[in-house]
Design a protein around this ligand. Structure first.
Ligand code: AMP
Length: 426
């Protein structure tokens, strides 16, 4: 098959690395890709928001299957447009992608189907939202309805901060995403990322993973897209996995089918493991980044037939096998991220880093410039490793990090600390 992958981040490099290894894959293309993906796929420098251009590329390259990585093209309806043009595509339709694109849509679906999630109300005016916030009191969570690149959730420390967050969102601080606001109950517990492949009717769980959202060691500082991840996540016991499937993922797949919009693709559930069991914090309609980087290292089975089975609605008889070894990834970011940062600094030592046993260096934001690799984003590299234990995977990843010469970059030094603490305590 000729396969086209859409996207340009570390998630897409990991997917490209895995798909390129499939005996089913003849030629792999990626639009727009990055300098690391160029090792696995032929890059196509097109604008992926231009759907006719993507369709023209599919025709020119005789593409048999398209895999969409990021949420923006899914929410823009790229799957609908490609399927209408006759190209098999992995990912949810524009309607189904509302599970990620609209928090209000998801909350209403949960309420109607008894799917456990935080209690909430939706608002379209600041006054009504503030009155509700005052009535509920602290702690409370304020969320913009739409896609806000990870900035749409405020967990205020004080009532004044809560009211200010409402005003900021309705005042246009997050653009269109804040035109509607969801105010919800604060959930206490440990978080876990839970992934399932869905074919519109059934779903199978992927291995568990946990990411580190805060920029600083010890999980402090501003939120980011993710500074590192590891798999498996010890918090997701087999019993909790069963409950997450039975109480959250399967009812969602059934509900989407019942409203005439079957969900096909990856369903990424952000869960809070509360005293009452798993509760849904949010859905994403695509693979997690950087969780995918560790999942792909641990996946023993071929990814391509699994993604095809989702598209074709034949996932039922499917099973995936995983290496038991843990995997861990460290994100190297440009200094200043998640605030302002510079592009264009030169990165060296990547080959030496990749020579360490069990290590794969995935590129997240790089481009080739002459013979050099230069930084081209906030999150730039995902230095990833397998090991017999989380401690070994972590040691290998940081050994690789230390071989990379990039003075303009930084990383956290404690990725996986909770899992290692559990490992050491027995
Ligand atoms: P979201 O974008 O919805 O995943 O929210 C970002 C982060 O905010 C989550 O990963 C949680 O850490 C936190 N969060 C969101 N909703 C809640 C909630 N209802 N209770 C506690 N924490 C929350």
């Amino acid at each position: 098959m000729n396969i086209l992958l859409i996207g340009s981040g570390g998630r897409e490099h990991a997917l490209a690395w895995k798909m390129a290894a499939s005996p089913l894959c003849d030629r792999l293309y990626c639009a727009p890709g990055n300098a690391g993906i160029a090792r696995e796929a032929e890059l196509a420098a097109i604008d992926i928001t231009d759907h006719p251009a993507v369709i023209a590329l599919c025709k020119a390259k005789k593409i048999d299957f398209v895999v969409v990585g990021p949420e923006a093209p899914l929410c823009a309806g790229i799957v609908d447009d490609l399927e209408a043009a006759g190209f098999k595509t992995f990912g949810p339709t524009k309607f189904a992608a509302q599970l990620e694109g609209s928090k209000g849509f998801t909350k209403d679906l949960c309420k109607a189907n008894n799917i456990p999630t935080a209690a909430y109300e939706r608002f379209t005016s600041a006054e009504a939202a503030k009155a509700y916030v005052r009535q509920q009191g602290m702690p409370i969570v304020i969320k913009a309805d739409g896609l806000a690149a990870g900035k749409g959730v405020v967990i205020p420390q004080t009532l004044d901060e809560a009211l200010a967050a409402v005003d900021m969102m309705f005042g246009g601080g997050l653009g269109e995403a804040g035109a509607e606001v969801v105010v919800e109950e604060f959930l206490a517990g440990e978080e876990a990322s839970f992934f399932a492949l869905c074919d519109g009717e059934s779903a199978i769980a992927l291995a568990s993973a946990q990411d580190h959202k805060r920029v600083g060691d010890g999980d402090v500082g501003p939120n980011t897209g993710g500074m590192g991840a590891y798999s498996p996540a010890p918090v997701m016991t087999p019993e909790l996995t069963r409950r997450a499937m039975d109480e959250i993922v399967i009812p969602t797949v059934r509900a989407m089918k019942a409203i005439g919009h079957p969900y096909k693709g990856v369903l990424y559930a952000g869960l809070m493991i509360t005293a009452q069991g798993p509760k849904l914090i949010e859905y994403n309609a695509r693979f997690g980044d950087p969780e995918t980087q560790v999942l792909m290292l641990r996946l023993m089975s071929d990814l391509v037939p699994a993604l095809l089975a989702c598209r074709d609605g034949v996932l039922k008889s499917f099973d995936l096998r995983w290496y038991p070894d843990p995997a861990l990834t460290v994100v190297m970011a440009a200094k200043g991220y998640p605030g302002n940062y510079a592009r264009g600094s030169v990165i060296e030592g990547l080959d030496a880093a990749g020579e360490i046993e069990g290590v794969e260096v995935f590129h997240a934001g790089t481009k080739a410039d002459g013979g050099k690799i230069v930084a081209n984003g906030g999150r730039v590299l995902n230095v990833s490793a397998l090991g017999k234990t989380v401690s070994e995977a972590q040691a290998r990843a940081y050994q690789a990090v230390d071989r990379i010469r990039w003075p303009e970059g930084f990383c956290r030094r404690d990725i996986g600390w909770q899992a290692i603490k559990r490992e050491k305590s027995g």
